[in-house]
Ligand binder design. Sequence first.
Ligand SMILES: CCCCCCCC/C=C\CCCCCCCC(=O)SCCNC(=O)CCNC(=O)[C@H](O)C(C)(C)COP(=O)(O)OP(=O)(O)OC[C@H]1O[C@@H](n2cnc3c(N)ncnc32)[C@H](O)[C@@H]1OP(=O)(O)O
Length: 162
Amino acid sequence: MSSMEELLAGWNEKFRPHADGAQLPPHHPHCLACGPDNPHGHHLTVHRRGEEVHATHVFDERHVGAPGIAHGGAVATVFDDLFGFLLYLTGGPAVTRKLEVLYDSPVILGTTYDLAARVTRTEGRKLFMEADMKQLGGSRVASASALFLSVDVTHFNQGMPR
Ligand SMILES: CCCCCCCC/C=C\CCCCCCCC(=O)SCCNC(=O)CCNC(=O)[C@H](O)C(C)(C)COP(=O)(O)OP(=O)(O)OC[C@H]1O[C@@H](n2cnc3c(N)ncnc32)[C@H](O)[C@@H]1OP(=O)(O)O
């Protein structure tokens, strides 16, 4: 079995139903946002909360844009990946077709933020999603919306060396 076939077989197992409150599995060990083995990554830990997914996150010096403030791309990375966790609830692979982020106020390094994401609508292969990032118990600092499109797992063969 090739490493890609093994990876895909493991993925099918990840799409089993997940209980409310359960921690959801990382997309894969080296995923930029959630992979535990990526030294540059965000190491995002995500739980199911009803029909939403939830994470807390602290950006650090690896994610810096302006001094002391998280890079907008790093914030977008975290949103994009959080949306990717909703696929465990919808039940199959999909990829980002469109991602929009609204930055309400600076995301400060070393501060804990609360993130939540949900599917707002589905239409055939299209999954419309929304998410927000808030200070703990406080105001919103950013929000995002995305369109994901369902794909067959063979989509991911495009990343294999030729
Ligand atoms: C290592 C993994 C190992 C194994 C993994 C196995 C399973 C993994 C599962 C899940 C992984 C999740 C990981 C989460 C990580 C976070 C998410 C990411 O970072 S994903 C990466 C970034 N995204 C891409 O790389 C996509 C690149 N783009 C594409 O490949 C194609 O464009 C694709 C597949 C997305 C769409 O291509 P088309 O040809 O199939 O579809 P078209 O024709 O463009 O659109 C379909 C429908 O959508 C509408 N549409 C398109 N854009 C729209 C828009 N902006 N607004 C509204 N509708 C739109 C169109 O009008 C069309 O609608 P009408 O079917 O005719 O009704």
